[in-house]
Write a protein that binds this ligand. Structure first.
Ligand code: C2E
Ligand code: SIN
Ligand code: SIN
Ligand code: FE
Ligand code: FE
Length: 416
């Protein structure tokens, strides 16, 4: 348990600490952990607003986490999917913007304007008792999220009620947390706008193409990571980041002039040299490396045209300056291409996803090819262009790949 002095120090540090976290999900995990530590609570949840509704987003529960696997019961899926009801506790707080301190959720009087949903306790075997529910309001007083802290514990671990001191502490916490949350959401919104902007810039990088490359990449990573015994928890941590980074693989094309980018025919060697710079330009958009996302987006942009056999571009260069790295200069002074797993896995994955989709689609310089021809090229280029293990995984999971193609179909050609 934290002492009062430790809590105060932690609260003072919180703003700075939270502002270093850009990734929304990591931020929310962190918020909930810190909030629970402040008031020594066993469990907690977070509800996030999407459009005008609040959805269950995150759950932490020490007791359940420490239970053995066969005792642990997963939450019913509909809790995650459907918006919170107006007469639920979180719904009431969202609607009124009020702070609620409930001593025992099973003893809420009949006339109260909110009810506790007993389903969760019934299904999980957990007993929710004391509960503090706090809206995180932005400066305009609009709640962005709802923090729910469950089961305060005293020094010997008995469940007790939340006291006024806890309320005050959480009140300060909420105002700091709301600022960090608004910032993280803005970062995500800006990224989505950036993806749309990149699409507008390059007419063949349509929304559908970008979505397919994002989804193919996540699907390939899931299977690859399973084979490499990467824990599901870690896989999930990277999924959204990889999806967005993959969607932005060609964002560096914003730096390429229209006359080259939109040229209907084949590029000349000089044009080709300029075009190839889009990998570096993309990396430069993200290389301040402020967050995991920046790091992965930079990695994907700079590596998505390397070949497994070392014949790709731009090779071993500094992602900030574009200069070849020491020890990797070829006799002509240019950088040596990355060979095999010198190209990080996310780069190898997005390369395969991008080429597969480019071959399957119409481009201003080529027609769409049928699946048979595309798969033949992919397999022929296994071990030269592509990581052979990834090609194998790709071929084993064609069903998933086709489903993604179905989900994100190109609009009719004249609209594109
Ligand atoms: P993109 O159209 O998104 O293509 C991505 C990658 O898919 C290409 O990377 C290439 O590896 C593969 N690809 C696309 N079309 C073909 C094809 O017909 N055959 C084979 N074997 N592979 C194909 P790459 O070559 O590094 O090109 C990067 C970007 O440069 C392309 O992105 C495209 O925007 C542009 N580009 C490349 N060649 C031409 C061209 O001849 N004319 C024009 N206008 N643009 C080109
Ligand atoms: C391209 O136009 O970039 C690809 C030409 C080919 O290899 O078929
Ligand atoms: C090119 O033809 O410019 C290279 C594209 C490819 O076939 O990878
Ligand atoms: Fe590219
Ligand atoms: Fe692409």
């Amino acid at each position: 348990m934290l002492s009062e002095q430790e809590k105060l120090d932690a609260l003072l540090r919180l703003g700075t600490e939270l502002n270093q976290v850009n990734d929304l999900d990591i931020l929310l995990e962190h918020l909930l952990t810190v909030a629970r530590r402040f008031v020594n609570a066993d469990a907690g949840s977070f509800y996030l607003r999407k459009d005008d509704k609040f959805y269950f987003h995150l759950l932490q529960n020490d007791t359940m986490d420490n239970a053995s696997d066969d005792q642990r019961i997963p939450l019913p899926g509909n809790i995650f999917r459907s918006p919170v009801k107006d007469d639920s506790i979180a719904g009431y707080v969202a609607k009124t913007g009020e702070f609620l301190n409930i001593v025992d959720v099973h003893e809420i009087p009949d006339g109260a304007p909110y009810r506790f949903n007993k389903n969760y306790d019934m299904q999980s075997g957990y007993r929710t008792c004391s509960m503090l529910t706090i809206p995180l309001n932005n400066k305009r007083g609009i709640p962005l999220g709802i923090l729910q802290i469950i089961n305060a514990k005293d020094r010997s671990g008995n469940i007790v009620q939340f006291v006024e001191k806890d309320e005050k502490m959480m009140f300060h916490f909420a105002s700091i947390a709301a600022i960090a949350l608004e910032r993280a959401q803005m970062t995500r919104t800006l990224l989505l706008r950036m993806i749309r902007m990149a699409e507008l810039r390059d007419p063949k990088e349509t929304g559908a193409h970008v979505n397919r490359v994002g989804s193919f990449s996540v699907a390939l990573y899931q299977k690859w990571a399973e084979k490499h015994d990467i824990p599901q928890e870690e896989i999930e941590r990277w999924r959204d980041i990889l999806r967005m980074a993959a969607m932005l693989h060609d964002a560096g094309k914003v730096g390429i002039s229209d006359s080259i980018l939109k040229k209907p025919g084949r590029l000349t060697d000089d044009e080709r040299m300029i075009m190839n710079q889009h990998a570096l330009f993309g990396a430069q958009l993200f290389n301040d490396m402020q967050s995991d996302f920046d790091e992965i987006a930079c990695q994907v942009a700079i590596n998505h045209h390397e070949n497994w056999d070392g014949t790709g571009y731009p090779g071993h260069i500094d992602s900030a300056t574009g200069e070849p790295l020491d020890g990797y200069r070829k006799p002509d002074g240019s950088a040596r291409g990355k060979i095999g797993d010198e190209t990080p896995i996310f780069g190898r994955i997005v390369k395969l996803a991008d080429v597969f989709d480019a071959l399957s689609s119409q481009r201003c310089y080529k027609p769409a090819w049928d699946e048979e021809k595309v798969l033949r090229i992919i397999q022929e280029d296994s071990g030269t262009a592509f990581d052979p293990e990834l090609v194998e995984i790709f071929m084993e999971n064609l069903d998933t790949i086709r489903l993604i193609q179905q989900r994100y179909k190109d609009e009719s050609q004249d609209e594109v």
